[in-house]
Ligand binder design. Structure first.
Ligand SMILES: [Zn+2]
Length: 221
């Protein structure tokens, strides 16, 4: 995608209807998601903040980072958040064939399973988010056949983007986000400047308006 908006346009959602872009709900619920971790610099900070607001979220982890920082990965689970697969090596779907793509994602899934701890059982969890949003329709189809739910988003925070200021990152989110939205952040060093400014304010803003923050549902029947 050459132009990526904060709010995912309806026609893109219609083009790829098998992906999970958002939820239809009458409840004041938001689904915050954090990609690219776990990272020692940012993930614990994020977890602490979520705890202060009694917020749950979903962390789309990179398999290699789980292997590097298994204790942080377990802390995410032990604090009741959801885990998703963000591939093993953060690969771009458009630059790789479907077999290799699937193999990298399956490797990450094995890593998730190997490093998980009770009380959460990640066997049932097959949430996958494509790195860079890059995935071909064929790759999407194969992943869904393999039992993955492909989770995209309705709101991008642009926290990683060097042309986005912390204040505009925050404003983008509060201006566009509505109940049921899936919002993308990154618990990465690259995104930390915007994340550390915007996330506490987003949590405070929506909490004050009666919203709750949930992990993504694990059942996709
Ligand atoms: Zn990513």
């Amino acid at each position: 995608m050459l132009f990526v908006p904060v709010k995912t346009p309806g026609f893109i959602k219609k083009l790829l209807p098998n992906f999970i872009w958002e939820y239809t709900t009458t409840q004041k619920v938001l689904y915050l998601t954090f990609d690219d971790g776990p990272t020692p610099e940012i993930t614990h900070w994020t977890l602490k903040l979520l705890q202060q607001f009694q917020a749950k979220a979903t962390f789309f982890c990179i398999g290699k980072n789980i292997e590097l920082f298994p204790d942080i990965f377990r802390d995410i689970i032990l604090q009741g958040h959801g885990i998703g697969n963000h591939s093993h090596t953060h690969i771009k779907g458009w630059q790789i064939n479907t077999a290799k793509y699937l193999s990298d994602i399956n490797q990450a899934q094995r890593t998730i399973k190997n490093y998980t701890v009770p009380p959460k059982n990640t066997n049932a969890k097959r949430l996958f988010r494509p790195p860079y949003g890059q995935i071909t329709p064929k790759q999407g189809k194969v992943l869904i056949q393999e039992g993955y739910a492909v989770v995209t988003w309705s709101i991008l925070s642009f926290d990683w983007d060097k042309n986005t200021t912390p204040e505009s990152c925050y404003q983008n989110i509060i201006k566009h986000t509505k109940a049921g939205d899936i919002v993308v952040f990154h618990d990465s060093v690259k995104a930390s400047k915007n994340l550390m400014y915007a996330l506490p304010r987003v949590l405070a803003y929506f909490s004050a308006r009666g919203y709750q923050f949930h992990a993504l549902p694990e059942s996709f029947n």
